[in-house]
Design a protein around this ligand. Sequence first.
Ligand SMILES: [Zn+2]
Length: 363
Amino acid sequence: MRLVSPALKHIVFPVLSKSGYLRYTAGAGPAVVTYHGVFPSGHRILHSALDGNLVHADSLRRQLQLLKKRYHVITPEDFLRWSEGELSLPPRSILLTCDDALQNALTEMVPILRELGLSCLFFATAASADETPSMLWYEELYLMLLDASEPITLSLPEANISIGPSPPAKTHSCWWNLVELLSQFDGELRRGFLDQIRKQLGLDESWKQRLLQNATVACRFLMLDRAGLQQLAASGMTIGAHSLSHPVLARAPDDVAWREISESRTVLEKVLGQTVWAFGYPFGNAATVSRRDLRLAEQAGFRCAFMNAGGGFGANIDRFAVPRVHITADMSLSEFEAHIAGFYRTLRKRLLGGDDLATALGA
Ligand SMILES: [Zn+2]
């Protein structure tokens, strides 16, 4: 649960940011931030659950300018050397990361990073090693549910899935239920089930093609293809792996989870011709990643692996569960700094209690 009251957002965070309190009281670092891409200009936000993880180009520029002015943005390679005890970093060091390798990462985000002379660690799924671009399956599923005639009723006996009738107000919970259930299967089987879902929702075969005819929608939702991924690497950015097909790993059986983690490294290394040393857990919070997955990432030969929660200065850093600050579209600049500084995490823990990330991951 995110804790942002109007008083925090409009009074407390701005005062703490402006006074310098946040940066001067920041705990030990480094801190790692997660982006998920930048809205292509003209993009119409379809649903906050879908689009809330991306940011507007002007927000990204302002956030990065603040980091450049008040913090030390480090390279992914310096983070790796630090994590292995080979390098010490200046206080208030920050690593930038971005998940999913959507096309807008290359077209909208990289130009801003390059303009400011910053590097970033991009986590791509194995879909970005293909010659044809595709969408993240769980985003495709959400768009299908939004386009379906209501109420939603689904029956997939081979997957032991039976849904509905589910009213429009329940679309989000219905979607997440399906995401967890379908994460038990490997990417190919899941693709077959998605096809069945499309048909049962009354969407014809050219539904996706029609959706992606709009260049702005395509740039928002399609992941990079092989040529795009190679271009991202050639622009000076570092590429990490984000699983084969982005399942909820904690819901996947052992053999599926192992292939999702280990083969994503080999597939990307083959098309990039370079070592892939970092892994970003799909979804990346304590509910979607298990202790088993941390062990698998280490066994697969990654040298560090990143969660998508619990970040900010002062957080404990486990090399195979590196906490990150998840940046969202609705964050003000001072709220962004409160997250980076670890102030938000500490405040939330004091007010709501709860475990730190390592404890929340369980035994
Ligand atoms: Zn992701």
